[in-house]
Design a protein around this ligand. Structure first.
Ligand SMILES: O=C(NCCNC(=O)c1cc(-c2ccc(F)cc2)cc(O)c1O)c1cc(O)ncn1
Ligand SMILES: [Mg+2]
Length: 214
C-alpha cells in the first residue's frame, strides 16, 4: 500500500542526511518540505526562534507536546546540556515510529524519550513515571484545541515553577485563540509574541512565549 508522508520524509532523511549530524537532518527535512511535500514541522523560520528561546532558557527539564516526525525534537535536543531530561509526547503511533528513527539518525536517541499517548492522560503521570517535579521549558505543538486544557493541567499538577517557560506554535495558523486569551489575560503569565510565518509558506503565523510567574 502507498507510503505515508512521514515515511517518505524518513526516507529522505536516511538518503540525504549524515548519521549523527543533527544539522544535516534538519536541513534534509526542510529541503523535503520545500521541494517535495509540505509537512507540519515547525520549520526553519520558527525553528530559529525556538532555538533562541531554548538557548536562553538552558533548561534542565523539557517537555514537547506533539512530536510528529521529530523535527522540533531534533532542533531542541541538539541544544541541550548533558543530563537534561527531555520528554516528547505523540498521540499517533505511526508518527512515534517515524520520529524515533529520525531522532536516531541524528544520533540524539539518548537525549530524549518519545512517549506514545495523549497529553491529557500523560501529563498527570509525569511525576510518577518520569520523576519530574517541574518543567523548565515546554513546547506546545500538538492539537491546537488541547493547548488550553493542557496548560491548566500543568498548573493543577504543579508542574510549573516560577520562571517556567512555555512556547506555543501556531497561535495564528491554525490558531489557538482560547489559549492566547487565557495566557494574555492571566496575571500569572508574562507573554511575548514572536511574529513569523506558517512553516514553508508566506501565511502569517507566530509563536507565543509565556513565563509562569508562580
Ligand atoms: O498532534 C497532533 N497533530 C499534529 C498537531 N499539529 C498540527 O495540527 C499542526 C497543523 C498545521 C497546519 C497548518 C495549516 C494547515 F493548512 C494545515 C495544518 C501546522 C502546524 O505547525 C501544526 O503543528 C495529533 C494528531 C492526532 O491524531 N491526535 C492528537 N494529536
Ligand atoms: Mg506546529
Amino acid at each position: 500500500t502507498r507510503s505515508t508522508r512521514p515515511q517518505r520524509m524518513l526516507k529522505a532523511v536516511q538518503k540525504n542526511a549524515t548519521k549523527g549530524n543533527p544539522e544535516s537532518v534538519i536541513s534534509a527535512i526542510d529541503y523535503f518540505c520545500k521541494h517535495s511535500e509540505w509537512a507540519m514541522n515547525v520549520g526553519d523560520e520558527k525553528g530559529s526562534i525556538l532555538d533562541s528561546v531554548v538557548t536562553e532558557v538552558n533548561p534542565s527539564t523539557v517537555l514537547e507536546l506533539g512530536t510528529y516526525c521529530g523535527y522540533s525534537t531534533v532542533r531542541i535536543a541538539r541544544l541541550l546540556s548533558p543530563g537534561t531530561k527531555f520528554i516528547t509526547l505523540e498521540f499517533n503511533p505511526a508518527n512515534v515510529t517515524v520520529a524515533r528513527q529520525i531522532i536516531a539518525h541524528a544520533g540524539l536517541q539518548d537525549k530524549v524519550t518519545v512517549v506514545e499517548g495523549s497529553s491529557g492522560d500523560l501529563i498527570p503521570q509525569m511525576k510518577e513515571r518520569f520523576g519530574i517535579t517541574t518543567f523548565d521549558f515546554i513546547f506546545l505543538d500538538h492539537w491546537k484545541d488541547r493547548y488550553l486544557p493542557d496548560i491548566k493541567l500543568f498548573e493543577e499538577c504543579g508542574l510549573l515553577r516560577k520562571g517556567s517557560v512555555l512556547l506555543a506554535d501556531n497561535v495564528i495558523c491554525p490558531g489557538a485563540p482560547e489559549y492566547l486569551e487565557y495566557v494574555r489575560n492571566s496575571p500569572r503569565y508574562e507573554n511575548r509574541y514572536y511574529p513569523a510565518h506558517l512553516e514553508y509558506t508566506k501565511v502569517e503565523d507566530g509563536l507565543e512565549k509565556s513565563v509562569f510567574l508562580g
